[in-house]
Each structure stands twice: as structure tokens, then as C-alpha cells.
Design a binder for this molecule. Structure first.
Ligand SMILES: Nc1ncnc2c1ncn2[C@@H]1O[C@H](COP(=O)(O)OP(=O)(O)OP(=O)(O)O)[C@@H](O)[C@H]1O
Ligand SMILES: [Mg+2]
Length: 327
């Protein structure tokens, strides 16, 4: 079979069964993934977004051979993640968030030596390669200190160093900047871009919308085990009804006013929410035709009216999609 995409997943399902109750006699069945299809191209940065418990980590683990799907098929770099896992593993890197998976009593450099041996990095190149990745994640100064002395962010950087040590063709990053200070997070994003420039394909999950917007060509939104949208950021803005977001605030609006706003040219939806003592209407707008004056003209009985416009952000899109799914 020819290798179409870097990642090719079809109808992936994963069920977890766990026991609870005093005698562990109650069987709990969680459908973490309920039929996920996904294609990721070679050399792109693909972002997976979704609320807590949506299934992002589960899916990332399946793609990186750490977890076996209950059903469905996944090929990464043209290899089946279940049947050809051993062949695939040396060609991929995985960085899961959190503090586990490092040896605390030895130094960062010694940790990397250990992992280099596991990954089969040839001994002649090993120390040079370790120095290279330490430089790349900005850990050179701390390289010979014991990991137990490391801050959370330093450990996260060491995780990243471990993930790229063996020069993977595709890198899976589960919340790569979680716990990092703004400067380290920015350096990490820079590192991610430089890896892509070297030809690495990146699959990442994140809760930070600006991070996804800044890094990813394409994004998928996972909600309760299903992909609810998948597109470029521009495409997703269209999907939720427009590039423009107009916000209107006053002390209450009547239904007639809201209906009139809905009928204005290019308005795809009007949502209302309480905002302190005031009510805020958020309008998604598709066209440039509509002016703020036209909006004000519909709401002449509100002397305290505030009208502003901003660009629809990825966060708006995300919240619209996840709310739609929940309702
Ligand atoms: N080992 C496990 N045993 C039982 N249930 C599990 C297990 N791992 C995950 N789950 C369940 O599967 C669902 C998806 O979890 P997952 O960790 O993939 O979500 P996530 O999208 O990564 O969330 P977060 O944003 O909080 O990291 C959740 O309901 C979770 O409780
Ligand atoms: Mg997770």
C-alpha cells in the first residue's frame, strides 16, 4: 500500500472498562473515542483541540503505538500502529505532559544517554546528538544537574529533548507547553516550528487557542470522542458563521430587537449572555457590508448602548463548536 498521508486513521474507537464501588463490582464502560477519522499530511503541524475528557490523550497514545484501539485502523508513515508497531516506533517521537517518565536521581544528560541507548542511537554519535538536543531545548546549563532539582518547566523541556533525540519523522506532542512560563512556552513553539522546517510532521494537542492558531495549518476539534470540526482556522471561522464578531451591550433587549439583528445582511447568528447587570449580544457576521451604524440603528432605544467589533477568534470558534455539540 502506498503511503498517502503521515497519519491515516479510520473509524477509531476505544472503550475503557474499569471497576468501581465497594467491592469493585460495578463495571464502568467509557467510550473515549467513538469513530474518529483523520488524515494528517507530511510536514504539517496538525492541532487537536477539545475539552477535558474529549479523548485527545487517548487518541495521541493510539497514534503513537502506546495504546491499542478497540476497533478501527490507523496507519502512521504507512505502517499499521498495531501490527507494525515495532517497525514504526523508532521513526516517531512522543511527548506526554506531566512529570513521569524521567529518572530523578540522575542528570538530564544521563537520562538522555539512557534513552539514546533504548532508541538505538549509535554510540559514536550519541554524546554529540545529546548535546545538540540539550542546546535545542535550552537545557545546556542544567544538563549535569540531577533531574530532581528541576522545575516543572525544565522537566517539560527534558521530555521534549527525549522526544526528538532519535530524530523522529513525526512527533506527537500532548499539551507541549503546559506548565511552561511564557518565555519557555514561546521558545517551545519556536522549537516546534524549527522541527517542521527540518521536515518533521507534528501532531499536537493543546488547550491554548492562540497556540493552535499560531502554529497549526489545520485543526480538528474533538468532543466526547467524536470529531466535530476539522479545517484551517479560516475555514473554521466560516463554519461558525463569519470572520467578524460584533458585540452589543445594553441593559436588556427585547425579542423583536434580537430578531431584527438576526435579519441584518450577513448575520449568521446572534447569541445572548448576561454580562454583569447588562446583556451582551454576540453576532457572527459573514460580510463586510454590515456597518456598526446599521446595528445601532436597530437599537435606538438604548442610550447606554455599546457596540464594538473584533475579529472572530479561534476561541470563539471553539466555544461555538463545543457548545453546539453539548446542546
Ligand atoms: N486508563 C483509563 N481507564 C478508564 N478510563 C479512561 C482511561 N484513560 C482515559 N479514560 C477516559 O477516557 C476519556 C478520554 O480521556 P482522555 O485522557 O483521552 O481525554 P483528554 O481529551 O486528553 O482530556 P484532557 O484535556 O483533560 O487531557 C475520559 O472519559 C477518561 O476518563
Ligand atoms: Mg489529555
Amino acid at each position: 500500500m502506498t503511503e498517502r498521508s503521515a497519519i491515516h486513521a479510520r473509524d477509531v474507537r476505544r472503550v475503557f472498562e474499569s471497576r468501581k464501588g465497594f467491592f469493585f463490582n460495578e463495571l464502568i464502560r467509557t467510550e473515549a473515542l467513538r469513530g474518529v477519522d483523520l488524515d494528517v499530511d507530511h510536514g504539517e503541524i496538525f492541532g487537536l483541540l477539545g475539552p477535558n475528557g474529549a479523548g485527545k490523550t487517548t487518541f495521541t497514545k493510539i497514534l503513537s503505538t502506546l495504546l491499542i484501539p478497540t476497533s478501527g485502523s490507523v496507519e502512521v508513515l504507512g505502517l499499521d500502529v498495531v501490527r507494525q508497531a515495532a517497525e514504526l516506533r523508532p521513526r516517531i517521537g512522543l511527548v506526554l505532559g506531566g512529570e513521569r517518565g524521567l529518572y530523578n536521581r540522575i542528570s538530564a544528560r544521563e537520562n538522555l544517554r539512557y534513552f539514546a541507548d533504548i532508541y538505538g542511537v549509535p554510540v559514536v554519535h550519541r554524546d554529540r546528538r545529546i548535546q545538540e538536543v540539550l542546546d535545542r531545548v535550552d537545557l545546556t546549563e542544567a544538563a549535569d544537574r540531577r533531574v530532581e532539582e528541576f522545575s516543572r518547566g525544565m522537566k517539560q523541556k527534558l521530555h521534549l529533548a527525549r522526544g526528538i533525540l532519535h530524530g523522529p519523522e513525526i512527533l506527537f506532542l500532548d499539551e507541549p507547553t503546559i506548565g511552561l512560563d511564557p518565555k519557555s512556552a514561546r521558545e517551545t513553539r519556536k522549537l516546534i516550528r524549527s522541527l517542521v522546517a527540518d521536515g518533521v510532521t507534528i501532531f499536537l494537542t493543546t488547550h491554548y487557542m492562540f497556540e493552535a492558531e499560531e502554529l497549526c495549518q489545520r485543526i480538528a476539534v474533538l468532543s466526547r470522542g467524536r470529531i466535530v470540526a476539522r479545517d484551517t482556522v479560516a475555514g473554521l471561522r466560516k463554519l461558525v458563521g463569519g470572520d467578524r464578531t460584533i458585540e452589543v451591550e445594553a441593559y436588556g433587549f427585547d425579542d423583536g430587537e434580537i430578531q431584527r439583528l438576526n435579519r441584518l445582511p450577513g448575520v449568521s447568528r446572534v447569541m445572548s449572555e448576561e454580562f454583569g447587570p447588562r446583556l451582551r449580544l454576540t453576532m457572527r457576521v459573514r460580510t463586510d457590508e454590515l456597518s456598526l451604524e446599521q446595528v445601532r440603528a436597530q437599537l435606538v432605544n438604548h442610550p447606554e448602548l455599546a457596540v464594538r467589533e473584533r475579529r472572530t477568534s479561534l476561541e470563539d470558534v471553539y466555544l461555538d463548536l463545543v457548545e453546539e455539540e453539548a446542546s
